[in-house]
Ligand binder design. Structure first.
Ligand code: PMP
Length: 404
């Protein structure tokens, strides 16, 4: 293995900005605090999500917190006291204590120095990758579209490696390292941690080993993991890898029951994003109700039993589906029930819907031919009867269609 540093000298970049008097910065936190709002998350029992007609097994509201009274109250209070919109970019007048509070909590959860919020996860990915200006990106073939777009927009050469295939990633890193101009390049390895369609989990530790061997940086997208693992963190926290991963990105729109995205990392990284991530600089700050709702949801993800309830539901549903003969692979809360051809997947989804279970068919081009599936996602606020109802519907329709 070669001994090279292919990282990003952010300190140097910030110093250049400072030298040229070009460095932008958020105002001191005390000044923001003076504007007078500080969210203090509350505790209490989670109410059960009510659904009138159908049980939804298709949302990313994994902890069921969009229907939680405390999260709704936090949004309401922020709207009433801070306003319904930020009114401007964070760098102008859109910065409030609600944003700072959320970012502090995100940084703490993600074991990082700092975090920065964006108006969406999409904006976070596109803004971050373009701001880093990598020369080469090594990207898992199933990475989210916002990561792909970020790579495209950054102008980096993108090398796609086979899904979760560490051997393929290694051989692509080796091949690139042999090229004449590789010595001074900045390399970024990017992967989702939980993949949204397959429910698979990236081999993060092996990716970190490779990144370190080749001097590259690692960026992870924890959109489908944030809030669900140890202390409300993601896969990075579950595997204790925060100090080996340079950029931890995620969204507030799934388990955190809100809207917006975030990036967590070093102080230098966040300072660079504040200056160079165009989707941060030139976009209105996250709305205060969205930020306050996400703070409260993150607090509940950390301190309530919502995570435990989600994982119990996942185990119940997966065991039930597999014991009746369905194939539900993956290692996460996303259960892809692989059916095969698209007609069967569509018929199964339709049959489930007739029995008041909402779980959509996913078919080509979203997945390869022959891998059509139903993507089933239980949430924390489904109760045992809901899971049993879902399993019963799968058994009845699966039997009718001859899939079992
Ligand atoms: N990354 C992944 C893996 C996602 O699934 C999504 C949302 N579908 C995003 C990023 C974008 O997040 P947002 O919806 O907050 O823009």
């Amino acid at each position: 293995m070669e001994d090279r540093d292919r990282g990003f000298d952010l300190e140097d970049r910030l110093a250049t900005l400072e030298d040229g008097d070009l460095k932008r910065t958020l105002s001191p936190v005390d000044r923001v605090a003076e504007r007078g709002y500080f969210a203090e998350p509350s505790g209490g029992d989670l109410p059960v999500l009510e659904t009138d007609e159908a049980l939804v097994f298709a949302s990313n509201n994994y902890l069921g917190l969009t229907a939680d009274r405390r999260v709704q109250d936090a949004a309401r209070q922020a709207a009433a006291t801070v306003g319904t919109g930020a009114g401007a970019s964070r760098l102008v007048t859109g910065d409030t204590m609600v944003h700072r509070d959320l970012e502090r909590l995100l940084a703490e959860t993600k074991d990082c120095e700092r975090a920065l919020t964006f108006s969406s996860g999409y904006a976070a990915n596109v803004g971050t990758i373009t701001a880093l200006e990598p020369d080469v990106v090594f990207s898992d073939e199933l990475n989210h579209a916002s990561l792909i777009d970020g790579c495209r927009l950054s102008g980096a050469e993108t090398v796609v490696y086979d899904h979760r295939d560490v051997a393929d990633l290694r051989s692509k890193l080796e091949a690139r390292a042999e090229q004449d101009d590789a010595a001074d390049e900045r390399w970024l390895i990017i992967t989702d941690t939980v993949f949204s369609v397959d429910g698979t989990v990236a081999p993060l530790e092996s990716i970190c080993d490779l990144a370190e061997a080749f001097g590259a940086w690692v960026m992870v997208d924890e959109a489908h993991a944030t809030g669900l693992y140890v202390d409300g963190g993601g896969v990075v926290q579950a595997e204790g890898l925060a100090d080996r991963i340079h950029v931890q990105m995620g969204t507030l729109s799934k388990a955190l029951a809100s809207q917006g995205g975030y990036v967590a990392g070093s102080d230098e990284l966040i300072e660079c994003l504040i200056n160079d991530a165009r989707s941060f600089v030139y976009s209105t700050g996250l709305t205060p109700p969205a930020a306050a709702a996400a703070s409260e949801a993150l607090h509940l993800a950390r301190h309530s039993d919502a995570r435990e309830r989600l994982w119990e539901n996942v185990a119940h549903l997966r065991d039930g589906l597999e014991s009746m003969g369905f194939d539900a692979p993956g290692d996460s809360q996303i259960l892809p029930v692989i059916v095969g051809n698209r007609e069967d997947a569509l018929a199964l989804a339709e049959g489930l819907r007739e029995r008041d279970i909402v779980a959509p068919a996913i078919r080509p081009p979203a997945v390869p031919e022959g891998e059509s599936r139903i993507r089933v996602t239980p949430i924390a606020t489904h109760d045992k009867d809901d899971i049993v109802a879902c399993l019963e519907a799968f058994r009845t329709v699966g039997t009718e269609l001859g899939l079992l």
